[in-house]
Design a protein around this ligand. Structure first.
Ligand SMILES: [Zn+2]
Length: 306
């Protein structure tokens, strides 16, 4: 696999979440080990009630209200093993191990591992305001996601960063953000305030299509793109759409790799020439787009209001 993707994306977390749910829910914990955890540990014998995934966040809830929260970022993964089965990663990379009858769930290398009590959920900074999960959200919530992009509180933030903000929507990881922006022909460096409502809808629609199309596959691919991925991991190669050379750059708080084609993703690029007349992009043909657009006009954040 030339473009193998090891980055945890929303859909792979979904599969991990489903497997963990099947193995863990309704079972009592026989062993819990989390060497770097700050916060309370679940007591032996406590029963797991719920396993929930939102984007790269995973929550496990015990029957006494204890919640374990992991965020995998780029490096982390959850594995599920039969009891006694050898692990595929070294013990030293283990951040959480949860043992129940017949199964051991192991989280490796997650940068965020924490526990808190359920009643604190609204005070927990990572929760409460998380955006809808693009893998599962119904249409009205997708509309909300598009609107959150349009009304993004910090107008100068590049759209490439906004797509990773889990408060806008959950599920878009580093691979999808590059691919989604390419699919929409939008510059990843476009200030979010330069996007029109139709752009926001188009981005969410593209992300939804890609995430859901890949929900049951082993890797991220784009339909009708040779090799599956248009830009991610393809720096230095020719763009399948315009023939220009795909570039890569480290951006953002976590210096994550962003791939884009400067040839056909010039739209809304800072200081770019305006699109010449006659080359306007067609509207997104996705049937749901009409529904979202019916909700216009949206209002950007107005610092003078309330
Ligand atoms: Zn191109």
């Amino acid at each position: 696999m030339k473009y193998a993707v090891r980055v945890p994306e929303g859909d792979t977390i979904h599969r991990a979440g489903a497997a963990l749910r099947t193995a863990l829910v309704g079972r009592a914990v026989t062993r819990f080990d989390a060497p770097r955890l700050y916060g309370p540990h679940p007591a032996a014998g406590r029963v797991i009630e719920l396993v929930e995934s939102h984007g790269k966040h995973l929550e496990i809830l015990w029957d006494d209200g204890l919640v374990l929260h992991t965020h995998l970022r780029m490096s982390g993964s959850w594995h599920l093993y039969r009891s006694g089965e050898p692990w595929r990663k070294p013990d030293t990379q283990m951040r959480v191990a949860i043992e129940v009858l017949e199964w051991v769930a192991v989280c490796f290398n997650a940068p965020v591992v924490e526990t808190y009590r359920e009643f604190d959920i609204h005070r927990h900074p990572g929760f409460g305001r998380l955006g809808p999960d693009l893998c599962t959200a119904p249409n009205d919530q997708l509309s909300l996601c598009a609107r959150r992009i349009f009304e993004y509180a910090e107008p100068s933030t590049p759209v490439g960063e906004v797509l990773l903000d889990q408060h806008v929507a959950c599920g878009v990881g580093n691979v999808y953000r590059s691919e989604v922006l390419w699919a929409c022909e939008i510059s990843p460096f476009a200030p979010v305030s330069s996007l029109q409502p139709a752009d926001c809808v188009q981005l969410i629609n593209a992300a939804v299509r890609m995430l859901r199309a890949n929900l049951h596959s082993q890797r991220v691919t784009q339909e009708a793109v040779p090799g599956g991925l248009a830009v991610y991991g393809r720096n230095g190669q020719r763009c399948a759409r315009c023939g220009d050379t795909v570039l890569v750059k480290r951006v953002g708080e976590h210096s994550r790799l962003l791939y884009w084609c400067p040839g056909c993703q010039a739209r809304l690029a800072p200081q770019a020439d305006p699109t010449p007349p006659g080359l306007e992009r067609e509207m997104d043909p996705h049937p749901a787009a009409a529904k979202y657009l019916a909700e216009l006009p949206w209002r950007r954040h107005d610092p003078l209001a309330g």
